[in-house]
Design a protein around this ligand. Structure first.
Ligand code: GLV
Ligand code: MG
Length: 312
């Protein structure tokens, strides 16, 4: 796994088609925690191979600040996966943090990518285990196997829900992914979100929601993103820089939560270093190492969005 990217927040995960030099050049100017250059569904089959050179050039020459940088390769049921990995990761250099594998159906899909990456890293002179993996859950089979998928490789950094392919896989009667899927007493994705979240968290992974396709309706995006933010997801895909700006807000902690998290960390540090105890009262609540871990994650996300502690 990439030591650099693993702890970094992923509130907004910006998707950019790898076949478009214009969109590739614009991507680093968007304020996003994470950018992935796509070789999969946003690239037409006839452009798949040519897109590899464009993606390598973008990875090597553009200024990606410190965001997590990823390439989405094609799924194993296509003719392109191994070529994407060998050609793109082999030439990308150390700045590439992760490879995203779509339509993961079982743990062996991830294991196969892990093995291939190990050889590519050796031949490219990259540190062993440098390239992390993101696995997309986009089919009923993938969802059923998500627990073993999340445990399949130490390279895994994130588990990602792909709602559009998933809706197609289960025969959901919808033609887009919008806020209506989150309305009503029982929503079609409630079980999916909970299952992916538990499997991801049980393995220490970031858990990410996929795209919202009604791209012009930012209020509807805010509503839909609020649902997975409330579950505890770390972030969501953005298809435009405007969507990324909304997501950076939705998946950031409130000022109150940020301040409380800093106070918890202070109290926990005093408890463990001065009072030599692992659990201590914080107001009316008991805190321990788990509380400190939760607080650390909120502080990291808040700092990412430029938050500072309130002075009052
Ligand atoms: C993303 O890949 C999706 O299918 O929603
Ligand atoms: Mg998909």
């Amino acid at each position: 796994m990439s030591q650099r990217s693993r702890p970094l927040p992923r509130r907004s995960c910006l998707s950019t088609p790898g076949s478009s030099e214009r969109f590739l050049a614009k991507a680093p100017t968007a304020t996003a925690d994470f950018s992935f250059l796509d070789l999969e569904d946003s690239v037409a089959p006839k452009e798949k191979v040519a897109a590899r050179d464009k993606v390598v050039a973008a990875l090597r020459t553009l200024d990606w600040d410190d965001r997590v940088l990823c390439v989405r390769v094609n799924a194993w049921d296509t003719p392109w996966t191994y070529g994407d990995v060998i050609d793109v990761v082999g030439r990308a250099g150390e700045r590439l943090d992760e490879v995203m594998l779509p339509k993961v159906r079982r743990a062996s899909d991830v294991v196969a990518l892990d093995l291939l990456l190990s050889q590519v890293e050796r031949n490219a002179g990259l540190p062993e285990g440098h390239v992390g993996i993101e696995a997309q859950i986009e089919t009923a089979e993938g969802l059923i196997n998500v627990e073993e998928i999340c445990a399949a490789s130490p390279r895994l950094e994130s588990i990602v829900f792909g709602p559009a392919d998933f809706a197609a896989s289960i025969g959901m009667p919808v033609t887009t992914i919008d806020e209506t899927l989150h309305q009503g007493p029982s929503t079609p994705f409630s079980y999916v979100f909970a299952k992916i979240l538990m499997a991801g968290r049980a393995n220490g992974l970031h858990v990410i929601d996929g795209p919202f396709l009604k791209v012009r309706d930012l209020d509807a995006l805010r509503y839909a993103a609020g649902i997975t933010a409330a579950y505890g997801f770390d972030g969501k895909w953005a298809l435009t820089p405007d969507q990324a700006a909304v997501l950076n807000e939705v998946y950031s902690p409130s000022q109150e939560l940020f301040d409380k998290s800093l106070d918890i960390l202070d109290a926990y540090r005093r408890a463990t270093q001065e009072q030599l105890t692992g659990a201590v009262m914080f107001g009316d609540e008991m805190i321990d190492e788990a509380s400190a871990k939760i607080a650390t994650s909120f502080v990291a996300r808040g700092r990412r969005s430029g938050m500072t502690r309130s002075t009052s």
